[in-house]
Design a protein around this ligand. Structure first.
Ligand code: COA
Ligand code: ZN
Length: 313
């Protein structure tokens, strides 16, 4: 049987949060409605952060309230604190994706508080809302911090354990600034699967240094079956120096399909949507398969080849 891989599309959250020009609310809603038809397991629609911190996503309520939800797709939202959780609860998402960093410096930069305060805040969110909505926690900078450098695996495991003890449904292990390399990924994934066999484990890679798909492969080979990706390869954390795009969803899905995995995604439809993305954001995007076509999209041989075929037959 084909290996099942569950994909979470994060373009309208991670992808858009660092875009320089505001993407109109209507365009966000239309994009999510289109993506909902492609077979994703999950879509991270937006984040309920402060509009001063992330002005691009200041229309979170309207977007969540107006999208057409498709059954079988989970609609998740990023929540950084209690205020965000209260706002998010009003629009009834299928999941809260809470966030904190495993690096003290990155947490101070991104969430303006020490990690211990973030943990207490998120624990409070879980206590208040955990019986009403499934909780996932995204741990940032798990493979290195652009300011502190190395983040030891033991430190990642420590924070993962604390959230597992609180009863989260899942953990997302994030390589926020593309510092992970495949051997490190394999070691981390094996340790996580061994320690947390009952949790939904998702890997979130950025392609900042071109290692994104190699890291996906390493994670798949270590038994991970859930990934975040961003259409076109957009993305990045505004509070992490040098951050750039997530792994490109359609490139990753194309690779997984070619390897014989079952992603559940209609790649052809997805590519049509990906080709509209440069117009939506007003600039070219890094994704490759939308430009090159799939490996199965063949080209006619040139006339000269037909001549040669005749000559040599
Ligand atoms: N939604 C809306 N407004 C919020 C909010 C939320 N979730 N959290 C805080 N605010 C508002 C407060 O009401 C306050 O508004 P005011 O200045 O008009 O009084 C202001 O933001 C500051 O509040 P404070 O509690 O001091 O928060 P902060 O300034 O320490 O910011 C965060 C904390 C986490 C909300 C903010 O840093 C943030 O949103 N960061 C973005 C994190 C992110 O999404 N990063 C990228 C993804 S990993
Ligand atoms: Zn990210």
């Amino acid at each position: 049987m084909k290996q099942r891989i569950y994909f979470n599309e994060v373009v309208t959250r991670d992808g858009f949060q660092m875009e320089p020009a505001f993407v109109p609310t209507e365009a966000k809603i239309a994009l999510i409605n289109d993506l909902s038809q492609c077979g994703y397991a999950k879509i991270e629609v937006t984040s309920f952060t402060s509009a001063k911190a992330i002005p691009m996503l200041r229309d979170a309520e309207e977007v969540m309230g107006r999208i057409q939800r498709v059954s079988g797709v989970e609609y998740t939202v990023l929540v950084p604190n209690l205020r965000g959780a209260e706002r998010a609860m009003d629009v009834k998402p299928d999941e809260f994706n809470l966030v904190m960093s495993t690096s003290e410096t990155h947490n101070l930069s991104n969430l303006r508080m020490p990690r211990e305060n973030s943990f207490s805040t998120l624990r409070e969110v879980m206590e208040r809302f955990g019986t009403q909505v499934p909780i996932n926690v995204s741990l940032s900078a798990c493979f290195g911090c652009p300011m502190e450098g190395d983040v030891p695996q033991a430190e990642v495991m420590r924070w993962a354990q604390r959230f597992a003890d609180l009863g989260v449904r899942g953990l997302t292990i994030c390589d926020t600034t593309g510092m992970a390399q495949p051997r490190q990924v394999a070691t981390m994934c094996e340790a996580l699967r061994h320690r947390f066999p009952d949790l939904q484990l998702t890997l979130h890679f950025h392609n900042t240094r071109g290692m994104g798909l190699a890291n996906v492969l390493a994670a798949v080979q270590s038994g991970i079956d859930r990934f975040d990706g961003s259409l076109g390869g957009l993305g990045g954390c505004p509070y992490a120096p040098g951050a750039s795009g997530n792994i490109c969803s359609e490139d990753a899905i194309h690779m997984l399909d070619a390897m014989g995995c079952n992603t559940g995604i209609d790649l052809q439809s997805l590519l049509l949507i990906a080709r509209q993305l440069p117009e939506i954001v007003g600039h070219a995007v890094p994704g490759q398969v939308a430009k090159s076509g799939r490996i199965t999209d063949l080209h006619p041989a040139p006339e000269s080849v037909a001549q040669l075929q005749k000559e040599f037959s």
